[in-house]
Design a binder for this molecule. Structure first.
Ligand code: SF4
Length: 448
């Protein structure tokens, strides 16, 4: 697979992204002078890393490996050797740059297959190995034939673009090398693929059982708790479900064209969005019986949730919050926070796509782009009680003596679907009642 200018252009101007029909605006074009928030290789590795039955082999210097390895708590139920506990790298040196790293890569593939017995090997190209021109495609093909398991080249060198593009490029490899390579024993009438949920802290498990309850079978996932064997059969699903990941819309458009599989885009954060996601999936599968069953399950789950949320809602009444996550979380987490009774005053649209921004505006009145400047100002102007963001914003909360909760990918508990909402309410209430945020903002006794 060649990462040509045409392919990158196509991936950055996705025809199924609604903003591209209005004005041709790149989905993830790095802006000169601003950091892109992670390179393409990082994006590729993040989107494929949850395949625990696969060895993820980075062909590059070991510093590349560290850039994205284990940055998310992706959970897996895989019972064999969990290959995402270890990082694998060819550790390219100056010598390899001069003489080429082909031999080293070939030996590394042989080593991991003989020692780890994975279901597949993903070989990630990085800036260095792309520039020295190692023939990764040839080595992968040769190793695939020699060992009889998929050895898949992932061409997303860092210089190609940002994380979002990397995840698109990774999905190209999955589409071209794996999907459609195995036929299932039986074809399920209501089989779906879950695309773009990485099962961070077990988010996917919160709603997978609900889907099964109404008769839907998850054929494969890309890539939370995923298996290589299953993604090879993904072409026999009846529906692709994009979960909070617009970057994978190109894959779904191509699967619609190649295999006739339609897709829906949903979010499983918050009560309203979870219910509407379940209903959208049932509607798209088109069975009247299933839609009725979905409605009954939604009602039952919502009633259970409302009862459990009651005590938390009393605590959260009148509390104002600012959300600084960006991406699709700018609206999906905002919706979840509103569902537990918080007043979300503003949300950051940093790294959000045009669609995400439009969605964020539907949920929250104020959207902001520059957290460093806007956040402190908004906290003062609106008398904010809690800041919900990634770890780096903790210091803003401490300076402003307000509560803080981490809702980014570094979060420790699942906030997905109905049950995750209870975790979110618990964590927000715990942060609001934690005296530490007021204490650390005070002067030391000897300073007064
Ligand atoms: S930008 Fe290039 S060198 Fe840096 S981490 Fe990404 S692939 Fe590696």
């Amino acid at each position: 697979m060649v990462v040509s200018r045409e392919l990158i252009k196509e991936l950055l101007s996705e025809s199924d992204c609604s903003h591209n029909s209005v004005k041709k605006s790149s989905c993830d074009k790095p802006k000169p002078g601003s950091t892109s928030g992670g390179c393409a290789y990082e994006g590729a590795q993040i989107s494929l890393f949850p395949y625990a039955d696969t060895v993820h082999l980075v062909h590059g210097p070991h510093t590349c490996l560290g850039a994205s390895w284990e940055t998310r708590a992706s959970m897996t139920s895989f019972e064999g050797e969990n290959n995402i506990q270890l990082g694998y790298c060819t550790n390219i040196t100056a010598q390899d740059i001069i003489f080429g790293g082909d031999k080293k890569l070939s030996e590394a593939i042989e080593y991991v297959i003989s020692k780890k017995s994975p279901q597949a090997v993903f070989v990630y190209e990085t800036c260095v190995t792309a520039m020295i021109g190692d023939n990764i495609d040839h080595i992968c093909k040769e190793s695939w034939e020699r060992f009889g398991i998929p050895v898949v080249p992932i061409h997303a060198p860092g210089f190609a673009g940002g994380k979002n593009l990397g995840s698109r490029l990774a999905s190209e490899s999955i589409l071209n090398f794996l999907i459609g390579t195995k036929e299932p024993e039986t074809i399920h009438a209501f089989g779906v693929n879950l695309i773009g949920d990485y099962n961070v802290t077990g988010d996917m498990w919160q709603y997978k059982s609900i889907l099964e309850k109404i008769g839907i079978k998850v054929i494969s996932t890309l890539s939370g708790d995923g298996r290589i064997d299953e993604i090879c059969q993904a072409h026999r699903a009846k529906l692709n479900v994009i979960v909070c990941a617009k970057s994978l819309i190109t894959l779904c458009r191509k699967m619609r064209k190649r295999y006739g599989i339609p897709y829906v885009s949903v979010s499983f954060y918050g009560k309203r969005d979870t219910s509407s996601a379940i209903l959208s999936i049932a509607n798209a599968l088109g069975s009247k019986k299933m839609i009725q069953k979905a409605k009954a399950v939604i009602q039952e789950e919502e009633e259970k949730l409302d009862k459990k949320l009651e005590p938390y809602k009393k605590i959260l009444e009148g509390k104002k919050a600012i959300l600084n996550t960006g991406g699709n979380k700018s609206w999906s987490i905002a919706s979840a926070l509103q569902d537990i009774g918080l007043n979300v005053v503003a949300t950051s649209i940093n790294k959000s796509t045009e669609e995400d921004i439009a969605m964020a505006k539907k949920y929250v009145d104020i959207v902001f782009k520059n957290p460093t400047a806007d956040q402190p100002k908004l906290i003062d102007e609106h008398g904010i009680h809690i800041l919900l963001a990634g770890g780096r914003s903790l210091y803003t909360a401490i300076k402003k003596k307000i509560a803080f909760a981490d809702v980014n990918q570094e979060k420790k508990r699942s906030y997905g679907a109905y049950n995750g909402l209870i975790n979110l309410a618990e964590d927000v209430c715990a942060a609001l009642s934690n005296p530490v945020f007021k204490l650390v903002g005070k002067k030391a006794p000897w300073e007064s």
